[in-house]
Design a protein around this ligand. Structure first.
Ligand SMILES: Nc1ncnc2c1ncn2[C@@H]1O[C@H](COP(=O)(O)OP(=O)(O)OP(=O)(O)O)[C@@H](O)[C@H]1O
Length: 280
């Protein structure tokens, strides 16, 4: 892909070329075919989630797309000078090397002080400034790695299992944050996840991988695709489609009332018509 092909003017408007395009990737590792004829496009501003069982090739595909591992055949076309912020699944740091979180973030290429402070505050890790990177919890470490990826002002943010070691509440928060970050930075996001029901709302496209691309498309359609159901079972589908309509409210005094007897504010569950102390 050449620089001049990054955006093409047509009578229908401006069409942006993909940031990355993979064509017919094949790769075998130790005689096992890990990537089998994989083609995909990462369009600007899109959030794409790779999903698939353990060992199905998700991390390997990411490494090939980023040029860290070479495919046996096929092509990866990358937009020239593409800025990529990569949050790897694992990062081996020498335990003997003393390194604070602040020091680690300052190592990010081109990172400015005010930018470091901004992302530390935005991601809730300011208090970890002086803490050793070797003593962080799983969730803290994920946020530090995310901050480092964001400091590169990426046009493409690549997150390999960003919620590893994060509790369920933290996972929800992180997945809610991703579309916000996309909007703020105007970047595309490619992420790996095992939980389609958690990422559904934060994803434009799902690619279900098992060596080859089993199915792909909008999360709603992928969660009903026979290939997806075969890999993940039927149990996940109702969870993925579960929508909760809150038809009652929890009053401050613990009383529960149906929604139509409430004055306002169902979300905050506070303004009940029921008065504390009443037995009704
Ligand atoms: N450097 C390597 N040498 C040999 N085999 C490898 C190498 N890296 C990965 N593999 C194998 O390739 C397959 C795909 O690995 P990969 O890490 O891409 O899977 P994954 O889908 O990311 O798995 P998980 O969900 O468990 O993280 C696995 O069977 C793995 O053992």
């Amino acid at each position: 892909m050449s620089a001049s092909s990054a955006a093409v003017n047509t009578s229908a408007g401006v069409i942006s070329a993909p940031l990355i395009e993979a064509q017919n990737l094949r790769l075998a590792l130790r005689q096992k075919v890990v990537l089998d004829d994989i083609s995909l496009k990462i369009e600007p501003g899109k959030i794409i989630t790779l999903i698939g069982p353990n060992g199905c090739g998700k991390s390997t595909l990411i490494r090939v797309l980023l040029g860290l591992t070479k495919a046996d055949s096929g092509r990866v076309l990358q937009r020239p000078d593409l800025r990529i912020g990569y949050m790897p699944q694992r990062l081996a740091l020498d335990e003997r090397m003393p390194l604070t979180v602040g020091g680690f973030l300052r190592l990010a290429r081109g990172a400015k002080k005010d930018q470091i402070r901004y992302w530390q505050e935005r991601l809730g890790i300011k208090a970890l400034e002086q803490q050793s990177v070797h003593n962080l919890s799983g969730g803290e470490w994920q946020r530090v790695l995310l901050a480092r990826a964001l400091l590169l002002k990426p046009q493409l943010l690549v997150l390999d299992e960003p919620v590893q070691g994060v509790d369920v509440q933290g996972q929800l928060e992180l997945y809610q944050l991703i579309p916000t970050l996309r909007d703020e930075l105007g970047c595309a996001v490619l992420m790996v996840s095992h939980d389609l029901h958690l990422v559904m709302a934060a994803t434009d496209e799902v690619i279900c991988l098992n060596g080859h691309v089993c199915c792909s498309g909008h999360p709603d359609s992928v969660s009903l695709d026979p290939a997806y159901l075969q890999l993940f079972g039927r149990r996940e589908a109702p969870i993925a489609h579960y929508t909760h309509h809150h038809d009652h409210a929890h009053c401050i005094d613990g009383h529960v009332e149906p929604a139509n007897t409430l004055s306002v504010d169902h979300e905050h569950h506070q303004h009940c018509n029921h008065h504390s102390g009443s037995n009704s």
